[in-house]
Design a protein around this ligand. Structure first.
Ligand code: TXA
Ligand code: MG
Length: 321
């Protein structure tokens, strides 16, 4: 198993050495745990794809300390991108921009753009400072699994495939960053996250649009429907349909867990009724339920813009594609 070490300053220095040698380190961010490699070292970046079993067609997010470091990796920072970075960095917003040739093709899956994010988590920032270079890091889970929000999740997902995990406790937001393609005239929201459409619009004066289906999966391969998925079969239902759905699945002989909000009279788990609290606990709950049940009924926790990021994850978890 990998070594899980509390992320004190000694451990962070050691992690920087490991990265510099070309190996991988898992570390906490304010969204989910990342699996890091030196972004400018193509061989290290390839090791990420190998460890995750990730298709080479799915590009990675590069983590930087600030806008100045971001500027070194892209050919331009359009005014909207600069305004958004000033408003939301460090924090859970990833900006897709035209890359410079120094960014290895391995990072961008051969594409001409690179996704950049400045993490807010103090351990992620300390690691970036200790290394002095950008860090490419997808979520630290096997491809298609639910993202990890604790060091123990990382160990359970990646096991012997990595040697070092920096433990910084549970992640604050609990779902992955908002990904915004800002290369065209209208920004495209590739992945909803804690930085909402409305928050983006309040800074740049335009609402980002959703990706068109004819853009195909290559626009952002992480948009593939079946992502963030537990192994159990998942059904998404309205609160008032839980009882009926549960009976039906029990009759099929399945072990049925119910994930709902507030109080839960059934076997399963309950999450907070507000979007932030729900997101913070969601992946832990899914991992936990996945160990105990082979069918999950998840009740829709809410709707409206504040729930967009959570509903996106739930729909993917329930998708059969
Ligand atoms: O919160 C997060 O973003 C976490 C932490 C570790 O920073 N990282 C994360 O990475 O969720 P990952 O690899 O699991 O998701 C990255 C998403 C994928 O959907 C990928 O397809 C998309 O970003 N992406 C990366 N580079 C892209 C690019 N150049 N163009 C479009 N989409 C891109
Ligand atoms: Mg991921």
């Amino acid at each position: 198993m990998p070594r899980i070490v509390p992320a004190d300053s000694v451990a962070i220095q050691e992690a920087a050495v490991v990265l510099r040698q070309g190996s991988l380190v898992a570390f906490p961010t304010e969204t989910v745990y990342g699996l890091g490699a030196c972004a400018l070292n193509a061989a290290s970046v390839r090791a990420i794809f190998e460890a995750k079993g990730r298709p080479a067609t799915n590009p990675l997010i590069v983590h930087v300390l600030d806008l100045d470091d971001a500027a070194r990796l892209v050919t331009e920072i359009p005014p909207h991108a600069a305004a958004l970075a000033r408003a939301f960095w460090p924090g859970p917003l990833t900006l897709v921009l035209p890359k410079r040739k120094e960014v290895p093709d391995e990072v961008t899956a051969g594409g001409s753009t690179v996704a950049l994010r400045s993490p807010a988590h103090p351990i992620a920032r300390a690691l970036l400072k200790a290394l002095g270079e950008p860090i490419a890091a997808p979520s630290a889970n096997r491809s298609l699994e639910v993202s990890p929000t604790t060091a123990a999740h990382v160990a359970a997902s990646l096991g012997d495939r990595i040697s070092l995990i920096l433990d910084g406790g549970p992640c604050q937001f609990g779902i992955e960053s908002t990904v915004l393609d800002i290369t065209g005239s209208t920004p495209v929201l590739l992945r909803p996250g804690s930085v909402s459409r409305a928050a983006i619009a309040s800074v740049i004066g335009v609402e980002p649009i959703s990706p068109q289906s004819h853009d195909g999966p290559l626009r952002s391969p992480g948009l593939l429907a079946r992502h963030y998925a537990p192994h159990a079969r998942v059904e998404l239902v309205l609160q008032e349909q839980i009882g009926e759905a549960r009976e039906r699945l029990l009759q099929e002989g399945l072990q049925v867990g119910v994930l709902t909000t507030g109080t839960n009279p059934w076997d399963g788990a309950a999450l907070p009724e507000n979007p932030d609290g729900y997101a913070h606990n969601l992946y832990s709950a899914l991992r936990d339920l996945d160990l105990r049940f082979n069918a999950l009924i998840i009740s829709l926790p809410g709707d409206g813009p504040a729930w967009e990021a959570v509903l996106n994850r739930l729909m993917r978890a329930a998708s059969k594609e």
